[in-house]
Every structure is written in structure tokens, then in C-alpha cells.
Design a protein around this ligand. Structure first.
Ligand code: HXC
Length: 513
């Protein structure tokens, strides 16, 4: 037995060495952790159970048979985060650059299959030079095997992807198919083709950082949902996001214990400025309405006219979708619509109720928006809300104009409840624009057009710049004082907690992509 024990011990030690000390030092010198150090940070102590530690590739191409590393460049298995089961894979850049080929892909697919069969989240820690060039087409096949599983698992179990190193070529598509992407500043990159190929094809000179670094994807493309200064922070973000989500689509998110008494929030009474033209930060409303410190903003530097994120209300996990009057007046444009639509669908897939805070002057006009498809892209948000079966409540804080009124979770498209503050203005458009159109002739013919315009504007505002027409129709369930908002929402979401709503039988809908 002693002999057997020693053999196993030595194999295990070999696997733990990865690509060797020198490469591990190089990894640390770049400010990166090793695959196993990352898992230590991610998982509860002593909870990790490794699978396939002794797997080897079987390629003989280009001398690869002489480069055997136990585990084949990826550490896979299962463990616990805050006591909850998760499946993980962590690519080891010290082994052939974390490159993916047959055996490496098979190990990832195995944990994906287990995650699906057992209904628990899958977390991928990506750090890889992409398809292992020496192994050829089996590397491509391996990627496709993973993509296929990502899609099958979509909406069934939460899938989270941390990008902790290079991520090029096909390697970007698995993270893109998952629910959340987390990038680290300075050490992680995502691009379909790197700077060299870009230069050859388009003659553009661009650095890896500018082409596909964390900042680029956080601000320009929206590919990443979270950006962190270092890997430890990225891993903290993963844990936090998981805490709002259930294990799978059949379960509800965990509800934290909550014992509150005074739910009145007087600060809310003075958030909306006197003038309708003046901006305010919708996050001030979010932080007052939701449990203290519970808001985790998603894609915070992308399409800032729309604020999205997870929060808690009396301990219950909710998704917040809010127009941001402090940025472009909170207008709905292509980026804001797609950002919110994706988040609404993520929440709906995982039974997270939705709170919508509405202050929107309408859709953004212009050739740029029209030519790039604001019609199709705005329709995505309309579609996402209309399709969502989770409890959903809207609070109109100020403007709810035009098509944007319909789109932002109106009662007509299935909101369970719509509240409005007394400052709400619910109309086809703002009073100034409306007066200009309706009274065009009177204004033009008048001796003092400016004064006539102002007068007509005031008439229109008197008639429509308030919530009471909508309330008279029942489109607004209740006009509430801002300080009561939190108390109302806690009761309302409690009332809706057993909501059952089903979609008509179909293969799947046809989201306007
Ligand atoms: C095999 C690879 C590799 C790869 C890196 N290595 N990428 N081995 N296949 N794709 C190896 C290197 O040979 C080296 O081995 C070690 O990993 C570390 O690489 P370095 O270049 O020394 O590290 P660094 O300077 O940090 O650069 C990292 C890198 C670079 C940016 C990732 O290695 C690189 O550009 N690699 C190629 C990327 C690529 O073109 N991949 C294919 C994408 S196409 P030693 O032995 O020295 O440690 C693709 C198609 C999939 O993925 C399509 C699916 C649909």
C-alpha cells in the first residue's frame, strides 16, 4: 500500500506544480494569481473537490507528447460559496498558456454537464491563449462543445465568467454566452482578433488595452458587467452577484432575514428638483428605497442613462431598472435599451422580481439612432418587459413621456403595479414641444409668438404634466408620497410573492435581435 500511496502522492504533487515554478513566478510578476490560488479565494475553505486532476492530452503533434502536464491546463471540480454548491473551472496559464484543446475542453464540459444535471451555478475563471495551436481542429471542436453547453444551460443555471488574462479568438464567445462577465483592469483582454491582425486587415494601430481591455469593454462595448482593480475584487464581485441569484431557474433567490420597523424615507421627498429641466441622480432614490448598502450596480460605466443592478428590499433579492436623469436626461437610446433588456431577461430567467424607476423624456431622436436601429433595439426592451413573468412594479418619479411611457414597464405591458409620485408627468410629450405642435398656427400668427407659446405650454402642462389623468384611467394604481415609497414596495412585493403567470405555449419567442 505504501508504494501505491507514494505513487499517487507524487502524481498529485506533479499536478499541483502546473507549468512549473518559473512560469508561476512569471504569472505573479504580471500581477496575476495562479489557477489554484484563484479557486482558494473563490471557494469556501476546504470545500473544493477536484475532478480530472490527472487528465493528460494525447496529441503528438509538434513535440507535444514531450510536453505533458497533469490536468492539461485547467483545474476543474466543485465546491461551495457561502455554503452553496457551485461548479468551477480555472484555466492554468502556466500550462501551455492555458490553451484549450481536446482534453482541456472535455474537462470543462464535464463540470458543465454536472452543473446542469444538479442545478447549480457554473463559474469559469478564464486565462488562456485560446485554441491550442498544435492540436488543430480538436481545439476548435472543444470550444464548440463548450458553446453548445453554454447555450443549453442559459436560463437554467447561472453562468458567470471571470476574465483574468488574455481571451482571444473563440475564447471570447463562451463568456459572451454566459450571464455575467467580470474583467480585471490591466491584466485581462477580450477580442475576436488581436492588435496584430487588426493592423494587417484594417491598418489600425491599437494596443491590446485599448482594443479589448477592461475599461474598453466597460465603457464602449458593454461586454463586461463588472470591472475590478485586481483579481481579488473580481472574485468578490462574483460572490456578491451569486448571492442575489437562486441555484437554478426552478428555485427562488435566497431571502435574507430582515427586521425593519420605520420604513418611511423622508429624504425622498426632496430628491426631485422643482424644475423639470433639472437633473438628479436616480441612485439617490435607489439607495433610499432599497435596503441600506444592498445595491450592486451592473454595467455601471456603460449607457449611463440607464441604471441597472441587484438590490434587496426587506431582505428579498430584486432587480432594479432605472432611467438616470443625471445622464442625457435619462433618454432611451440603443445602448440603454439593450442594456436594460438583457438585465430584465436575466432577472426573469432566475425569478428575481423587478423594480422599475421611471423618469424618461422619451426615445433619443436623430439619424445616428435611427440608422443604427433604435426601432429594433428599443423593441428589445418592450419585448423583455412584456415577456417577463416575475413580479414587477414601476414607480414614476417624474417624466413618463411618449413611447418610453409604454416601454418602461407600464401596466399595459404587464406591470403588476404602477405607482406615481405627485411630481410625475405622464403625457405624449413635454409641454413645450406639445404646445409648439398643437398650436403651431396660433403661435405663428400671434403678435408675440414667444408669449403665446409660453401660454400654450402652461395650458398643456396644466392639463397633462401630472399623474392624475393616468390615475383617472387606472393606468397608475396609486399616487404616493415619495417618503412612503419603500413601505409601499415592501408590502406590494410581499403581496406578489406567489404570483403565477405563464406564457402562451410556443417553441420560443422571436426577440427582435
Ligand atoms: C499553444 C500557447 C498558445 C496557444 C500561448 N501559448 N498561446 N500554446 N496554443 N494558443 C503558450 C506559449 O507558447 C508559451 O509557452 C506560453 O503559452 C505563454 O505564452 P507567451 O506568449 O510567452 O505569454 P504572453 O507573452 O503573456 O502572451 C500571451 C498571449 C500569446 C497573448 C496569449 O501567447 C498569444 O498571442 N498566443 C496566441 C493567441 C492565439 O492566436 N490563439 C488562437 C486564437 S484563435 P511556453 O512553453 O513558453 O511557456 C482561437 C480559435 C478558436 O482561439 C475558435 C473557436 C470558435
Amino acid at each position: 500500500m505504501e508504494q501505491h500511496r507514494n505513487r499517487l502522492k507524487s502524481l498529485r504533487e506533479e499536478a499541483l506544480r502546473g507549468g512549473g515554478e518559473k512560469r508561476m513566478e512569471a504569472q505573479h510578476a504580471k500581477g496575476k494569481l495562479t489557477a489554484r490560488e484563484r479557486l482558494d479565494l473563490l471557494l469556501d475553505p476546504e470545500s473544493f473537490e477536484e475532478l480530472g486532476m490527472l487528465v493528460k492530452h494525447r496529441s503528438t503533434n509538434f513535440g507535444l507528447d514531450k510536453q505533458q502536464f497533469l490536468g492539461d491546463g485547467v483545474v476543474t471540480g466543485y465546491g461551495r460559496i457561502d455554503g452553496r454548491l457551485v461548479y468551477v473551472f480555472s484555466q492554468d496559464f502556466t500550462v501551455l498558456g492555458g490553451s484549450l484543446a481536446e482534453a482541456h475542453a472535455k474537462k470543462i464540459c464535464r463540470v458543465m454537464d454536472l452543473a446542469m444535471q444538479n442545478g447549480a451555478p457554473l463559474i469559469g475563471l478564464n486565462d488562456s491563449g485560446g485554441a491550442r495551436i498544435q492540436e488543430g481542429v480538436v481545439s476548435l471542436g472543444g470550444y464548440a462543445d463548450i458553446f453548445y453547453r453554454n447555450v443549453r444551460a442559459s436560463g437554467v443555471i447561472p453562468q458567470l465568467s471571470a476574465i483574468l488574462g488574455p481571451c482571444a479568438g473563440g475564447a471570447v464567445y463562451s463568456p459572451a454566452l454566459t450571464d455575467f462577465v467580470f474583467m480585471t483592469e490591466g491584466t485581462s483582454y477580450m477580442f475576436v482578433t488581436g492588435p496584430n491582425v487588426v493592423k494587417t486587415v484594417t491598418h489600425e494601430e491599437v494596443s491590446s488595452e485599448d482594443l479589448g481591455g477592461a475599461k474598453t469593454h466597460a465603457t464602449k462595448s458593454g461586454v463586461t458587467h463588472f470591472t475590478s482593480a485586481n483579481e481579488a475584487q473580481s472574485i468578490d464581485h462574483i460572490k456578491r452577484v451569486l448571492s442575489y441569484l437562486p441555484q437554478n431557474c426552478e428555485e427562488d433567490p435566497i431571502r435574507l432575514e430582515y427586521q425593519g420597523s420605520d420604513e418611511s424615507r423622508p429624504k425622498l421627498d426632496s430628491v426631485v428638483p422643482e424644475s423639470a429641466q433639472q437633473p438628479y441622480d436616480i441612485r439617490d432614490v435607489v439607495s433610499e428605497v432599497c435596503d441600506a448598502g444592498s445595491f450592486t450596480e451592473v454595467q455601471k460605466d456603460y449607457a449611463e442613462n440607464m441604471v441597472i443592478g441587484f438590490a434587496r428590499l426587506a431582505g428579498q433579492s430584486i432587480g432594479v431598472v432605472a432611467n438616470q436623469p443625471a445622464f442625457l436626461a435619462g433618454v432611451l437610446d440603443i445602448k440603454a435599451s439593450t442594456k436594460a433588456a438583457r438585465f430584465v431577461r436575466t432577472c426573469d430567467a432566475f425569478n428575481v422580481p423587478l423594480l422599475v424607476l421611471e423618469d424618461v423624456p422619451g426615445f433619443l431622436p436623430g439619424t445616428d439612432q435611427e440608422w443604427n436601429g433604435i426601432i429594433t433595439n428599443g423593441a428589445k426592451l418592450l419585448y423583455a418587459f412584456s415577456e417577463a413573468t416575475v413580479p414587477r412594479i414601476t414607480v414614476i418619479t417624474r417624466k413618463a413621456y411618449g413611447g418610453a411611457y409604454d416601454v418602461m414597464n407600464s401596466q399595459h405591458i404587464g406591470a403588476d403595479l404602477v405607482y406615481a409620485w405627485p411630481t410625475a408627468e405622464i403625457a405624449v410629450m413635454g409641454a413645450k414641444g406639445a404646445a409648439e405642435i398643437i398650436f403651431k398656427r396660433e403661435i405663428a400668427d400671434s403678435e408675440n409668438p414667444e408669449a403665446t407659446w409660453k401660454e400654450k405650454e402652461a395650458d398643456y402642462a396644466e392639463l397633462f404634466a401630472h399623474p392624475y389623468n393616468a390615475a383617472a384611467r387606472g393606468y397608475v394604481d396609486e399616487v404616493i408620497l415619495p417618503h412612503n415609497t419603500r413601505a409601499k414596495l415592501i408590502r406590494a412585493f410581499e403581496m406578489l410573492k406567489n404570483k403565477v403567470d405563464t406564457l402562451p405555449r410556443k417553441k420560443h419567442g422571436n426577440l427582435p435581435l
